[in-house]
Design a protein around this ligand. Sequence first.
Ligand SMILES: *Cc1c(COP(=O)(O)O)cnc(C)c1O
Length: 238
Amino acid sequence: MGERSSMSDADLESKLQPRLAEVESRIRAACERARRSRDEVTLVAVTKTVSSEVAACLANLGVRDLGENRPQELWRKAESVANVRWHMIGHLQRNKIERTLPLVTLTHSVDSLRLLRAIDEFGKTKSQRFPVLLEMNASGESSKGGFAPTDVPELSAVLPALQFVEVRGLMTMAAFQEPEACRPTFALLRSLLESFRSAGIATMRELSMGMSNDFEIAIEEGATLIRLGTVLFEGIES
Ligand SMILES: *Cc1c(COP(=O)(O)O)cnc(C)c1O
């Protein structure tokens, strides 16, 4: 993933622009099917497989929300890509909180109470509330991280005490399978969000769900943030 590209900026743009247009029309169609407004869904472009140069090109085409799943890669790209909002979407180790959180608009992947508490501690030192989503294992696969659906009551009891964390909602990853088969996972995430809200966690509104394979189903089930990599960048040389 070198920064030097064999492609000119114009070449890159001419490759990315039609991809983006295609994705955009699929997002719109899914919103229409679900009778939702296009504004309710934020496209987060996951740039982990491409260079900063490609990321910057997409930003110039109007995609201002970019995601990375590795802190070091996020730090690196955040230095060279201007005017974007970074989303941390992968596992965050506690020793990387301090350097990562100030760079990001939202951390999607808070997957343990220990991490939540560590973010709260960091927020306290900064007198700042940091926005996060809780990653839920809604697909039931043992290989996936995140909280279990059965953790909701305990989490609901703990969250109000964490004054420096603003929990904005939930994130999940569906199993890789036929897209329609992902629908129950997304429906479960939405119902878990409702459970938190019923338990009084009123700051929770966002559902980060849907990747290249299944984003249209996720939108139909209420996604407010979709995280797309492959469908935008496959075959684009960085
Ligand atoms: C890589 C990644 C994505 C994007 O996946 P694609 O299938 O390439 O669209 C979304 N979310 C997370 C957490 C990822 O690591």
